[in-house]
Design a protein around this ligand. Sequence first.
Ligand SMILES: *[C@@H]1O[C@H](CO)[C@@H](O)[C@H](O)[C@H]1NC(C)=O
Length: 209
Amino acid sequence: MAGVVALFSTLALNLLCLAMAFDHSPLQDFCVFDANSPGCKNPGTVTADDFFYSGLHLPANTSNPYRAGLKAARIPGMNGQGLTLARLDFLPDGLIPPHYHPRAAEILTVLEGSLEVGFVKSYPNYKHYGKVLNKGDVYVVPVGLVHYQRGVGNANTVVLSAVNSQNAGIVEVAAGIFGAKPVIDSNYLANAFRLNKGIVEQLQSKCWS
Ligand SMILES: *[C@@H]1O[C@H](CO)[C@@H](O)[C@H](O)[C@H]1NC(C)=O
């Protein structure tokens, strides 16, 4: 019974956090990020270039074990607008490990190639909603749910990803557990994941960051 109460308290807390998770509405037309001062750039000196970025025609760096890369459009004028935009590149079989964004939903548009994407609904039934997307297809991943992406087919895959937060946050599921520092007790993890302790320690010894 205590366990059930604790579980529901946690759920209630999660709901509370979700209710407060979205970016605040701006109280001014814009607040252009200024690297040289803590506040907004003086509006009198703001120009069109403060809302501009060029570079998403160039691929992200995919020279890593996952064979996938992310390149964000960094635009000073996006500050405070509750948005982030990025290009994702996948070599064939390139992938982004399972992760979630605590503060944003994500919308994915396939520009080239094919992408397998899926997310998992929360407790209690963990239903998996997965799909293979082709050029021109769009998919939404709801806020806070575990999801994954993988390039499929023989060609490279290019995806435009937008999230409705300036700081969506990324929690990689495996890294967030097995890469935690200081380490989470391996006996606990072995029991929690129903794994052999040796496998847990092997996972913990990998480089996750
Ligand atoms: C791509 O990433 C790898 C691994 O981090 C790095 O060694 C390499 O210099 C990067 N390439 C470019 C063009 O930035």
